[in-house]
Design a protein around this ligand. Sequence first.
Ligand code: ZN
Length: 351
Amino acid sequence: MVIDAHLHCTGRETAGDVLRALDEARIDHGVLLAPFLDNGYSLHDPGSLRRANAHLARLVKGHGDRLTGFAVVDPSDARSSTDLMRAIDAGLRGCKMVPSGWYPYDDHVQPLFATAAEARLPLLFHSGIFIDGRSGRFCRPTFYEALRDHPGVRVALAHVGWPWTDEAIAVALIDRIHGVPHDAAMFRLDISFGPPPPFRREVLKRAIETLGAGSLQFGSDCFLPCSGAEIAERRGWVEALMDELDWDAGTRAQVMGGTAAAWLQMGSGTPGTQSASDADSDSRQAPDTPPPVRPEPVEGQALARSLEPDSSVRADDDSSPAALSRHTPRHCRRRGWLVAGGPRRLGPICC
Ligand SMILES: [Zn+2]
């Protein structure tokens, strides 16, 4: 099963649009985030977020086997806990937050985190910089260590925290060091890019060798409505890197679906899962159990390996000095990294 764990709604999409795009991109399940960037929706307007969450609840209703809706709230708003639980009651199953004007360790946002932890909700946070002019200073990965004060939370940090990718990997590593099973870990990393092309191969290589596949999950970060081809293109970026890095089938399946399925607790009857009333007559099969994953590397060995020179790097690969010099803006546009046409078209590290 392939799960796209990071898809943005804009308020202009319909369930039909979304399902069609997922089918075209061969995505079995999509995690949809309530709109919060434009079309009258704003992170700084709680009323607009309530409308956004209501829109998404209507959209996913009856499609729980294909779609999981995540509410968006501003935890610095005093009503955010109430708004979140109202959205959950309406059928949403997780929460996305984007620190903007607040830090994850601020005292005044902890009540919302406590509410989410008590409800056992999967949480997705933006981490890293933005490329649309907003400051990313609120979104450094280590700031999210404050979530450890809320046992039971299941957090995904988006974009591997780029440019603070080492920091994001370190935050997720703590669970590995303490032997917490991947499924029960507080932190996993959403590999939506994030790192621009010259960085991607190295970032994924370091992340997989340090954390294992069970800590990494695929997300396209596409904005709906969009074509299936757009989602498939971003899926292709990841699959090409998997080929380069020679990941085995089990590792690929874990990153493309298994990790997110555990994060969403699919099939457990808890938030983030399909409920019986959600099931519709879609003939698709229930989520498959991911194939077995290769044994996790012993952490110390993996860390040591990650510090060794990488003899497999080719002179012409994306991270070589020669390749870097080719990454002019035109080259990056052609590669799909920077896409002209306004903030929603910027693609990676939007939020
Ligand atoms: Zn995003």
